[in-house]
Design a protein around this ligand. Sequence first.
Ligand SMILES: Nc1nc2c(ncn2[C@@H]2O[C@H](COP(=O)(O)OP(=O)(O)O)[C@@H](O)[C@H]2O)c(=O)[nH]1
Ligand SMILES: [Mg+2]
Length: 475
Amino acid sequence: MFEHENDTIAAICTGTGGAVGIIRISGSHALDAVRTVWRGKRMPGPEYPRVMLYGHIVSENGAGEGEPSLAVFMPGPHSFTGEDVAEIHCHGGSFAARRALRQVLQAGARLAQNGEFTRRAFLNGKLDLTQAEGVLDLINAGSERAGLLAERQLNGAVGSLVREIRAEVVHLLSECESRLDFSEEDLDWMPPDVLREKIGALREQAGNLALTARAGSLIRDGVSLVIAGPPNAGKSSLLNRMLGYDRAIVTPIPGTTRDTLEESVSIGGISFRVTDTAGLREAGEADPVEAMGMERSQQSLGTADIVLWLLDASAPAESFFAQFEAMNRAKNTVRGKFIPCWNKMDGAALSAEELDRAYSFEKTTNETSKPVFEHISARTGDSLDELFRRLEETAWDGLPPSAQSGDAVVSERHAALLEQAANHLDAACECIQAESWELAGSSLRTAAELIGCITGETATPDILDEIFSRFCIGK
Ligand SMILES: Nc1nc2c(ncn2[C@@H]2O[C@H](COP(=O)(O)OP(=O)(O)O)[C@@H](O)[C@H]2O)c(=O)[nH]1
Ligand SMILES: [Mg+2]
């Protein structure tokens, strides 16, 4: 696919419809191409590196001047791709830029493939692969925090961490290999225990770094939160509270919400996609429409990252047993995290402690760990801050603190490679214990190769094809 890596490539690198269209040209003939299609008092060249010059594009039929435009020449290696790069800035829209591109192609450049400029930057050592992926993430970032994450990756935070781990693996690999090469001589070897300990530490580092991928998807995609519980528990009231306006209809009539409603709320910088559901009750009590809504509620319980289950604290104490039973039944169908929460604390006859104790007395399942209840009032807004903190903590749950700071957050691709590498590091430890130095060495070599695929040090052309094909043309 990329057999012509020395070609001069060109593409429009601005989106259609903008005020200005930019044609980017990269390769050893970039200067020839721009000098063929563009004229100005001062011509692009080494005399004017990185200087924007005013002039016009040569008209296509050669008769007279074409449209006024700007041109700039950025000699390699101090350019984005590391090659000679030229740009022509002309009027935007779809026509002017396309005509200019056509002329550049006629002057000998070839149309760039998706991501080919960035691919060249990578091949010329301007960026490592994590940084190239950071470029893509930045383009796709939908929120400030996601943009920040992409920028950190673009600045090389992930790449330098990964390179450190790989360098250490390679160092330990040489330890194993020296035992093979010099087995008769009495060299100053690292004791096997120390070697295993060091590999174990690396394994942990790789594993922790892999975990940060979840933080990435948390920041980029957010989490899904389903508010569920019996009819009239105050689910719609809570959704409205979270949104700060009346999105859902609230009435004292059980069964008011008949369909699931979804809205996004940002809590602690994380985007929660909140779904308000139709309350779950005995099918006999519900009409067919409500029953279909309940079916949807049931489905959303199974797919949610977090389920917030509301109980009605203002209901008569006789109702509690049935409320607990319904909650525990639903809990069994939840795959994500589960937060039980007493609502209507403003109208409760019992205190928070008494309510929680009622659960301990009446609990219907043999739970090993007791659920920790929240206590709120959707009507007065009381204790919602505590609930929000709990939601935020639950979203971050299980992630190392380094992931929360977002300093170095890896992608799913990186995480998969790190996990595979961690398995090979485990295998290496076992081989060392058995003193099979050759096998230990081969596991370490595989681990180093896998880790090298992250930054691109050991990436094969098809991995590069796969990554860069996700870019647009012109990037
Ligand atoms: N006292 C009190 N009433 C509430 C509270 N939250 C909701 N309600 C009332 O409970 C009834 C049912 O609320 P709604 O949000 O429709 O419940 P849903 O069926 O679970 O969606 C309405 O009359 C609400 O005003 C609360 O925190 N305290
Ligand atoms: Mg409702």
